[in-house]
Design a protein around this ligand. Sequence first.
Ligand SMILES: Nc1ncnc2c1ncn2[C@@H]1O[C@H](COP(=O)(O)OP(=O)(O)O)[C@@H](O)[C@H]1O
Ligand SMILES: [Mg+2]
Length: 272
Amino acid sequence: MRTLNEAFETFRRASRSLEHRYRLLEKKIERLNQELSEKNRLMERTRRLAAMGEMAAKIAHEIRNPLASIEIFASILVRELEGSDKKRLALSISKGVKRLDNLLTNMLVFARAPKPALARIDVRDVIEEVVQMVSSSLDEPVRIRCEYRRDTVIMADESLLRQVVHNLLINAVDSVRGKNGEIEIITERATNGRDALRLMIRDNGDGIPEDVMDRIFDPFFTTKQRGTGLGLCIVDSIVKSHRGKVWVESAVGRGTTFYVEIPSSIDKEVEG
Ligand SMILES: Nc1ncnc2c1ncn2[C@@H]1O[C@H](COP(=O)(O)OP(=O)(O)O)[C@@H](O)[C@H]1O
Ligand SMILES: [Mg+2]
């Protein structure tokens, strides 16, 4: 009798502990299920974002071609209207087109992570070209001084680098609006461990307040009425794709300096 009772007791205990473990298992399965559906949701989102990126890239390419023709015609008009007060109108077409083109380039880089096609390029040529382009569509005088200290040849993707210089210079120009702007672009060779090219773009504009500073590289962050907030985020991703770095110093009311450092050669190990 006693042994039977003992047996029952043991059985009850075993069954209780089994039941307990069963509950635990049930909870674990529930948690795993939740995790799984969250992962599925994220995967679906990533797939959709990738598809949207592809689509944005296609649309951007489609818009680009007619835009290029408009820009060519506008610049012919600008030349033909030299001396006439209608030149201003042609200039504003050309300026608008350039703005759109820059927006498209930024969107393209944003939609697909930049994959630099490296070649030996002279950063000096890139800077001169960008300065020339930006100067031609300024609507107030801004002094832009360039200084090249030592060798300016590096391995980089020319069109991506052009976009970096362009985005930084446009920001500098925006910051000095209405205050007798002076901008300096300086390159030098940095040799802290690895050979690199350092690019500095300095303006005497508004400066960046501390609470804004944390967010300037975030996509879509802008303090401008007509800003896109893509410029610096693109600069950052392009520079990173070249294994370089970008940083900034700024004093409110005095101006801002952006620094970009790009290693002079990054072998073939660069991936997107
Ligand atoms: N040289 C600069 N001087 C002052 N503020 C700047 C400068 N460059 C960037 N910023 C700040 O960083 C923000 C983000 O810049 P960006 O990503 O290029 O976007 P956007 O130019 O469209 O606003 C700007 O809105 C501005 O507040
Ligand atoms: Mg900008």
